[in-house]
Design a binder for this molecule. Structure first.
Ligand code: ATP
Ligand code: MG
Length: 211
């Protein structure tokens, strides 16, 4: 009887957006810890199309970044991949993607997972207010990006959004795609920074060698 009275909770969907050029263990650890802590029924990885905030012009082709993510998440039954953004022409804004996901998953509560570097920027995203109406944020700790001032600022300047932005402590990994790309270029090792299947793929495709 009491059980029947309990409010049934909506299933929660995690969304992990990124350039993933290449995907590495920093992304995977953040997604997995967020999944467990926030009881997400799954995490959808969405490689970006032409990212509006990235000034790098030599981003690897969408299908290659898609393939690396596919290989990286293959062995996790809770992880899925979406080609929503790479199939769209031109830059994709997060707000547009979220509108689509909101329609696709009307029964779900959406949680956007970011590293603390990306979290610090969210209020500068196009239609930030609308984004915060559609979803909640999970900001995972990332070495070098302290989010404490950010949370103070949210408290002062955007108090209404406070309970929609969560902080997640994760075993911090000082791994970045930028560092991996430059390591490849310099002939330095990248093994153990990313899944072996991804390392083999970028070796096979000769990614990042001459950039
Ligand atoms: P780049 O160096 O090219 O910017 P990146 O390593 O930052 O690559 P992105 O694809 O830009 O990876 O990041 C996608 C998302 O994953 C962002 O929200 C970012 O903050 C988060 N992220 C990336 N690396 C880490 C990490 N080591 N720990 C926690 N979060 C991370
Ligand atoms: Mg980045």
């Amino acid at each position: 009887e009491r059980l029947a009275l309990q409010k049934r909770e909506k299933p929660r969907l995690g969304i992990m957006g990124g350039t993933f050029d290449p995907i590495h263990y920093g992304h995977l650890v953040a997604a997995e810890m967020a999944r467990a802590k926030f009881k997400l029924s799954k995490v959808l990885f969405i490689p970006t199309g032409t990212p509006p905030h990235k000034h790098r012009k030599d981003i690897s082709a969408g299908p290659m970044r898609y393939e690396m993510v596919r290989r990286a998440i293959e062995d996790n039954e809770f992880f899925e991949i979406s080609s929503l953004e790479i199939e769209r022409e031109g830059p994709s804004y997060t707000v547009d993607t979220l509108r689509i996901l909101h329609r696709t998953y009307p029964e779900h509560e959406l949680y956007f997972i970011t590293g603390s570097d990306a979290l610090l920027e969210i209020f500068s995203w196009r239609e930030a207010e609308e984004i915060l109406r559609l979803i909640q944020f999970i900001g995972a700790a990332r070495p070098g990006f302290d989010a404490r001032d950010f949370f103070l600022k949210v408290q002062e300047e955007h108090p209404d959004t406070q309970e929609k932005i969560h902080y997640l402590e994760v075993p911090a990994l000082a791994i970045s795609s930028t560092d991996i790309r430059s390591r490849v270029q310099c002939g330095e090792p990248i093994r153990y920074l990313l899944p072996e299947a991804v390392r083999l793929y970028l070796e096979e495709m000769k990614l990042y060698v001459n950039k």
